[in-house]
Design a protein around this ligand. Structure first.
Ligand SMILES: [Fe+2]
Ligand SMILES: [Fe+2]
Length: 201
């Protein structure tokens, strides 16, 4: 990555942090700090620089505390194809809205965009940064449930298998809460499971 590119990401990440401090709750800020801390530990600096980790960690939930009506309005503004489940539960749109906002305002890198865009459901398109964000989002230190600590530990051993654990956890939550499963998460689960099974052959 060029120095100019790093400087661009750094200034965008700083700006996004400022926005988060005006739009997000204190608990959300704590969560973002937790995501940043775990994501930093999971990959070496030579693979993913600090400023990219910072942008992922703060950008993914920058709009998580906005109202549903505001998220729907922003989704329509950016021409996002809102599905029936997102129409009913607009909070699910916060990743897609943030990714579109960051591209529109700051022309962010496509790998960062995909990671933020897909962090709610996962996707076969999310890439390695998407896997990192998915894991750090679920496994960060502030998450109080048992599955999070298992995810946190396993991520240091095998990221691909940990992605499956994160998806399982997300789907079980939806089932317990009587929420619909989004097609993206099912497709992502099937794809990662198939890869895991073929690796085991
Ligand atoms: Fe999120
Ligand atoms: Fe999050």
């Amino acid at each position: 990555m060029s120095r100019m590119c790093e400087l661009h990401i750094q200034s965008v990440a700083d700006r996004v942090k400022d926005i988060c401090h005006t739009l997000c709750t204190p608990a959300r800020i704590e969560h973002m700090l937790g995501v940043e801390s775990l994501a930093r530990k999971l990959v070496p600096r030579t693979e993913v620089p600090d400023e990219t980790i910072r942008l992922l960690s703060w950008g993914h939930d920058m709009f998580r505390d906005l109202s549903g009506s505001r998220l729907l309005a922003m989704a329509r503004h950016y021409g996002i194809d809102v599905n029936e489940t997102e129409e009913t539960y607009p909070t699910l749109l916060h990743g897609k809205v943030a990714a579109n906002y960051l591209v529109f305002c700051y022309d962010i890198d496509d790998e960062v965009r995909k990671a933020i865009h897909w962090h709610v459901t996962g996707s076969t398109e999310m890439g390695e940064l998407g896997e990192l964000l998915l894991i750090a989002d679920m496994g960060e230190e502030g998450r109080p449930f048992e599955a999070a600590s298992r995810i946190r530990l396993k991520a240091f051993v095998d990221k691909k298998k940990t992605v499956l654990d994160v998806l399982r956890s997300k789907m079980l939550w939806s089932l317990r809460e009587n929420r619909p499963l989004q097609s993206e998460i099912v497709l992502c689960w099937n794809n990662y499971l198939r890869r895991d099974l073929s690796d085991a052959d």
